[in-house]
Ligand binder design. Structure first.
Ligand code: SF4
Length: 462
């Protein structure tokens, strides 16, 4: 499997990469297939079945609405969140679905979209889409099953059976399958972690294009923070969670004009918290975010990078690129050797991965050696091991929003600890990733994005 930086950092919409972005991409691909195969005019009915974790927490994560948007031909990276919401509301009200943006079909939201709380064989996040030529369920023109395997990545039934992961298999200049191999290659070629990843990205596109694309990703991250600082009110979904970022921003601006020792000391934490809350509140509201590497954990990397760019004297665009490239190296290792899916390994795979990636990125731009980058990533991951996924009400709000702020601070501390040493340490990043995988395997399903355990249950029982 080869994974590009632009596979990990994808522009999408909230609130979830696995439950919103992935299913939307699957539905879009399904509609595109119908059009390309010349079947659109023959379709009379489309049926959607959501399985496993998509059934358990799909409504809270907007999976049903995302799939309908995808069937209309709306791609997550192109979607205007407000226009999309309006279009989906229209389908719900009128019972008419413009398949692939064209021919309208009758669509009964309750009959044609079902939640089935059973797991399909390859992954807990599964959906089955079927296009019928008759009004009933016979006469299947085309059907396929899709698995949303985390971070917006999808595979269909045939790809899943073949062990594929939804990414192209390209020959890389400096391939690595473990942290140990990554470090050995850096030493052998005299490269930083960011430089090595940049070389590998040449398999997809020229270097200049990679730099430009990563800077474009950074613009979307910054725009997300800016919107989160502006948007006030209560988040959708029924938990009545009030957005905190705008008021906190006003408080910080006022307070920093009259600093004292305590406020100066805590100032870094306050700003990092602010940026993380802003992103994750936007994500929870279905806004435009960048998967980093998932939507649920989308605030950690932008918060740390935003803090660095705002407060580090002389920080420049090259730092943004290096930060995201070093973070990519770690995200690739975690996705390849364990998982970044909360439904597969719990929140340790989402927030833990993002924390490790942010720690690596920050260490890179603060001048860390490859060994220190690896050490920072290991610290960031190690202290998230065992973290369960237990979103209250199936919404990506509690504990997710605050959890991003906590992990962003943890990532900075991980970088600090790594930079205070020479990169030698007891537990390797590879061992931490293996532990993530094994811990995820042992974790009960109720702690894997099903909202059947942990805080999700504690809240309803109180
Ligand atoms: S608890 Fe973690 S993994 Fe689960 S939805 Fe929230 S951020 Fe994602």
């Amino acid at each position: 499997m080869t994974i590009s930086a632009l596979d990990l950092f994808k522009i999408g919409i909230g609130p979830s990469s696995s439950h919103t972005v992935g299913p939307m991409r699957a539905a879009c691909g399904f509609a595109r297939h119908l059009r390309d195969a010349g079947l659109l005019q023959a379709v009379r009915r489309v049926q959607v079945r959501l399985y496993g974790s998509l059934a358990a927490t799909g409504i809270g994560h907007g999976t049903d609405r995302a799939v309908v948007a995808g069937l209309m031909g709306i791609e997550p990276d192109q979607a205007d969140p407000d226009a999309m919401a309006q279009a989906v509301d229209g389908v719900q009200l009128d019972g008419r679905l413009p398949l692939a943006g064209g021919r309208e079909l009758a669509f009964d939201w309750h009959q044609d979209l079902k939640l089935l709380p059973v797991n399909l064989p390859w992954h807990p996040n599964a959906l089955r889409l079927a296009a019928h030529g008759g009004g009933g369920v016979g006469d299947v023109l085309y059907e396929n099953t899709y698995y949303s395997v985390g971070g917006g990545f999808i595979v269909d039934e045939a790809q899943a059976a073949a062990g594929q992961t939804g990414t192209a298999d390209l020959p890389l200049e400096l391939p690595y399958a473990s942290g140990e191999q990554l470090l050995a290659l850096c030493r052998q070629h005299g490269l930083s972690v960011a430089e090595l990843v940049l070389r590998n990205e040449r398999a997809w596109r020229p270097e200049a294009d990679t730099r430009a694309a990563l800077l474009a990703i950074w613009q979307v991250m910054k725009a997300c923070v800016a919107r989160g600082l502006r948007h006030e009110g209560v988040l959708p979904g029924g938990l009545e969670v009030v957005r905190r970022a705008p008021a906190m921003h006003a408080r910080l601006n006022a307070r920093d004009s009259r600093p004292n020792l305590i406020t100066q000391t805590f100032s870094a934490m306050d700003w990092v918290n602010l940026y993380a809350l802003a992103v994750n509140e936007e994500n929870a509201a279905g806004g435009r975010v960048v998967t980093a590497p998932t939507n649920g954990a989308a605030g950690i990397i932008p918060a740390v990078l935003h803090y660095f760019m705002d407060f580090q004297r002389g920080a420049h665009d090259g730092d943004v690129v290096d930060f995201l490239l070093a973070a990519t190296a770690i995200g690739v290792l975690i996705k390849t050797n364990a998982s970044i899916s909360g439904a597969e390994v719990g929140c340790q795979g989402e927030v833990g991965a993002a924390c490790a990636m942010a720690a690596a990125g920050l260490t890179q731009v603060l001048g860390g050696t490859p060994e220190q980058v690896e050490n920072a990533a290991e610290i960031g991951l190690e202290h998230n091991l065992g973290l369960t996924c237990d979103p209250v009400g199936g919404l990506v709000q509690v504990p997710c929003i605050e959890r991003n702020a906590m992990a962003a601070i943890k990532a900075i501390n991980a970088a600090q600890l790594a930079l205070s040493g020479d990169g030698t340490h007891m537990i390797s990043l590879d061992a931490a990733i293996l532990t993530l995988r094994e811990t995820g395997r042992d974790m009960l399903d109720k702690y894997k994005e099903t909202s059947r355990g942990g805080l999700a249950v504690a809240y309803t029982e109180c």
